[in-house]
Ligand binder design. Structure first.
Ligand code: AMP
Length: 148
């Protein structure tokens, strides 16, 4: 295969997303690939919800934190013209959900941000490293420079 056809952009809604988003958008254009976007809900409580649950973006909920996360995903997706059926909000653990969705959706390139970690932070590992280790397709780690 010479071209990537299905690219998965992963966003954590941090200030670093912009660079990762730009890179994904440019690559999708270059390869005429279909772009998917995923945010894994790992930072708000979702009691009684099993990992891997896909949260619908079209249904309103009374849970304000969830609505905020949905709005962030919809905003980026709209900017990139990503079709609603390829916008994914999933409750779980990032590495696990990213690599699972990639298999399900026949993704051939996953794009993640990668922080240049120093000192103690290196020991804590990173989502980029975990995804690279577990993914069954190519992974592009967009280098994000952190202040030393
Ligand atoms: P980290 O190593 O956790 O700082 O994250 C590095 C990159 O992994 C981010 O730039 C995203 O591309 C991806 N990532 C981390 N957490 C999530 C998440 N909750 N949902 C989707 N992608 C994530």
């Amino acid at each position: 295969m010479l071209n990537y056809q299905n690219i998965l952009l992963t966003v954590d809604f941090s200030e670093h997303d912009q660079l990762v988003v730009q890179r994904a958008s440019a690559l999708a254009e270059q390869f005429h690939a279909t772009l998917h976007i995923l945010h894994v809900l790992d930072n708000i409580p979702m009691p009684d919800t099993p990992y891997g649950t896909v949260v619908p973006l079209t249904e309103d909920s009374a849970y304000e934190l969830l609505e905020q996360e949905k709005n962030k995903l919809v905003k980026i997706s709209n900017q990139l013209n990503i079709a609603p059926s390829r916008r994914w909000l999933i409750w779980g653990e990032p590495q696990q959900e990213i690599t699972q969705l990639a298999i399900q959706q026949q993704i051939d390139l996953i794009i993640v941000g990668s922080h240049g970690r120093h000192g103690f932070a290196v020991l804590m590992g990173s989502t980029a490293k975990d995804v690279l280790y577990h993914a069954e397709c190519d992974v592009l780690a967009v280098h994000i420079k952190e202040p030393i």
